[in-house]
Design a protein around this ligand. Sequence first.
Ligand code: NAD
Length: 257
Amino acid sequence: MSGGTAPLAGRTALVSGGGSGLGAAIARALLADGARVVITGRNEQALKETASRLGPGVIHRVCDVSRPESVEALAESLADEEVSILVNNAGIAGPVAPLTEISAGDWDEVFDINVRGVFLMCRAFLPAMTARGAGDVINIASVSGKRPLLRRTPYCASKMAVIGLTTTLAGEVGPSGVTVNSLSPGPVAGPRMERNFRLEAERTGSSYAKAEEAFVSRSALGRMVTEDEVGAAVGAMLRMPGLCGADIDLSAGMVAR
Ligand code: NAD
């Protein structure tokens, strides 16, 4: 950054699922805003490659956000870092099937990572923030947490739970000076959506282009969001004084078909 102090200078941000996709883009945006960044996730190789691609100022730690002992070990290893920004981005899409065909194991895996993971990370990192009287948590939800996406019940329900957790927790810790908000991106251009479009095209016997159009046509912008737009949105939310308990849409969902 040039001309003046970077907005996040002197702060440390922890981004879960930071080894790939949106997490890596969020890490890049926060780094550009002057933060020191810790990326965490399950895949050590991806974390290493992303950290070295992003350059100095980024460190990585392996952690499975769905496992309490793994999250506690992460918090302990970062005790000296004064993490004051927590971005809970790690998440999985889960099965694509009618609810009656979804196994209990698949259901639990989505909730363990998408919801329990956010709970465990907040539980581990909030006490230090509330004790200091400052900090910001941003949970990556999804427009699927507000508009139904057929055959993705566990994912949609898990993201609705993330939004509920966000607004409730905001009221609990807001008075201490810590903000909690969520960001709900519409479909983001990248490997996850490409896989979705391929599966949808196979399922419906249509083309990849038609499957893509069916998704994109129900986004407010009429196009996919970019990973960099998601990163920039997280940076912008951190610069909005007084933002607490909000869920912000990036290209809101319009109607489900
Ligand atoms: P991705 O699969 O590229 O990244 C998810 C990351 O989470 C990976 O790095 C993975 O290793 C990590 N992860 C998975 N399980 C984990 C666990 N148990 N512990 C720690 N890390 C774990 O997906 P993405 O598209 O970058 O999605 C990131 C987030 O954004 C997710 O929460 C997703 O639901 C949400 N989202 C994505 C889109 C989209 O279109 N891609 C849209 C809206 C919301």
